[in-house]
Design a protein around this ligand. Structure first.
Ligand code: AMP
Length: 477
């Protein structure tokens, strides 16, 4: 199927071509015709499936030329970064139209946002708090709204925004189209869908609990006091272009970033306590390649689309299995390939099992060759902390000091050790086969490459014609 056959206007098709898209992804194929009819839609789709275009293209098509008074479209997003990303997509896809946009989010001044609203924005992309500010100020009214998009609803639920979202929904005209996107749709979310939508069509892309097929993931068991040295070793031995390191806490992220900088890495730091200016600079530096490592909390785990993230390292195992899927969804986006490594300490086997149960797959365990797993923890100076966390007794299914289970070659025949390469930081020119996983020795016989049959098919690859229709960003097929 091509974009031409979806019934989109030529000005939008031109923008799609300019963006480099040739073939619609499955969610685009399914959702675009529904949205064009004006029907409500509940879509559950994994991140990275192309859902932004799935709603942006038909919405732009339905709007026609700019009209006052506005706005006619409102898109609600859980975070500032996501709102900015979606607004950017509307700018790209609407570049051959005269439609006006406003991007509303906190952390920056009100002036430009107010001016954009008063200039008659057709499309408003907003986070909840700032939108409510403008509604209270009466700079913004929703009386003329035709389309409401609730994006990443599960994330909004996690962040405690649902009451505000319901309030905003109740301020919208009853006659409207509502589009509802959520990676997972547990019962609490179904209840919100019932409240906000009328007779919706349903689209589900892939198994929402699955890990993106283009991501190879692995566990690195390690003692608590050796996590940072192992992170350094992973970075040293990984052929990455850009990597996101996830920390559970803001404080932890600060600490990792500081230590990485001290080791000579260029680091972008993204978490909720940073100012909007700092967040923007971090994201921009990371996107344009001047900062090679991004250290982030889960604020960056959902929906953010940074092209060319080759690796995700979970310095801390994620708090929930759902977060695991989202975090590692930052790499391997849109059919590009990526690796995701998780450092797991002996007291975290329960969390690891919960993740494996959730994704219905066993994550291969790897050991870094040449890494000193026997190194002692530094003895804290009197009054400085309590030293390393003692491992929980019994039940652990791995031993961080275990010797590698395989030597020399991975099950797929690729060498496991040799002289791993330092990262090649050139962007967009990686035409060589993928580098082996750093280190390493494969556990569980899969070496990290095994494709679990339970996993969702890669949304960008059609069965039977792998890669035939899909042009990767780097030109590879
Ligand atoms: P999204 O799920 O909307 O965040 O999209 C994930 C990534 O896929 C983004 O980088 C999009 O630009 C890209 N993408 C979406 N649809 C297509 C398509 N039909 N062809 C190529 N790339 C796409």
């Amino acid at each position: 199927m091509s974009f031409d056959s979806l019934g989109l206007h030529s000005s939008i098709l031109r923008a799609v071509t300019a963006k480099g898209y040739t073939t619609p992804s499955p969610i685009q194929e399914q959702a675009i015709p529904i949205v064009l009819t004006g029907r409500d839609l509940v879509a559950s789709a994994q991140t990275g499936t192309g859902k932004t275009a799935a709603f942006a293209l038909p919405i732009l098509n339905r709007l026609g030329p700019h009209k006052k008074p506005g706005p006619r479209v409102l898109i609600l997003e859980p975070t500032r970064e996501l709102a900015a990303q979606v607004d950017e997509n509307f700018a790209d896809f609407g570049k051959f139209t005269d439609l006006k946009r406003a991007l509303l989010h906190g952390g920056v001044g009100y002036g430009k946002q107010r001016a954009d609203l008063l200039a008659g924005a057709d499309i408003v992309t907003a986070t909840v708090g700032r939108l409510l500010d403008f509604l209270n100020e009466r700079v913004l009214r929703l009386d003329h709204l035709q389309v409401l998009v609730l994006d990443e609803v599960d994330r909004m639920l996690d962040m405690g925004f649902i009451k505000d979202v319901k309030k905003i929904v109740s301020l919208c005209p009853k006659q409207r189209q509502t589009l509802f996107f959520s990676a997972t749709i547990p019962p609490e979310i179904q209840e919100i869908a019932r409240f906000a939508l009328k007779d919706p069509a349903h689209v589900t892309i892939g198994r929402t609990r699955s890990v993106n097929e283009s991501v190879t993931h692995a566990i690195y068991p390690v003692a608590h006091h050796l996590k940072f040295p192992l992170l350094l070793e992973l970075l040293k031995k990984t052929d990455y272009k850009s990597v996101i390191v996830f920390s559970r806490t803001k404080h932890g992220a600060d600490k990792i970033a500081r230590k990485l900088k001290a080791e000579g890495h260029t680091v972008a730091l993204l978490h909720g306590d940073r100012s909007q200016g700092q967040r923007k600079a971090a994201l921009e530096g990371f996107k344009n390649g001047t900062l090679e490592v991004m250290v982030a909390t889960d604020i960056a785990a959902r929906g953010l689309d940074v092209a060319g993230v080759t690796h995700v390292i979970n310095y801390d195992i994620p708090a929930t299995p759902d977060d695991y899927v989202h975090r590692i969804g930052r790499t391997g986006r849109a059919a590009a390939e990526g690796d995701a490594f998780t450092l797991v300490t002996p007291d975290q086997t329960g969390e690891l099992r919960a993740i494996e149960k959730f994704i219905k797959a066993t994550i291969p365990q790897l050991t870094m060759e040449g890494f000193d797993y026997k190194a002692k923890a530094p003895v804290p100076a009197p009054g400085q902390g309590q030293g390393p966390r003692p491992p929980r007794q019994g039940g652990g299914r791995f031993d961080p000091r275990a010797q590698p289970r395989h030597h020399g070659h991975r099950p797929d025949g690729r060498p496991t050790s040799g002289q791993p390469q330092r990262a090649d930081h050139r962007r967009g020119d990686d035409l060589s086969p993928r580098a082996p996983l750093p280190g390493t020795t494969g556990g569980k016989g899969s070496g990290g490459q095994q494709r679990d049959k339970d996993r969702a098919p890669n949304p960008f690859i059609q069965k039977g014609r792998p890669g035939a229709h899909w042009q990767r960003r780097d030109g590879r097929r």
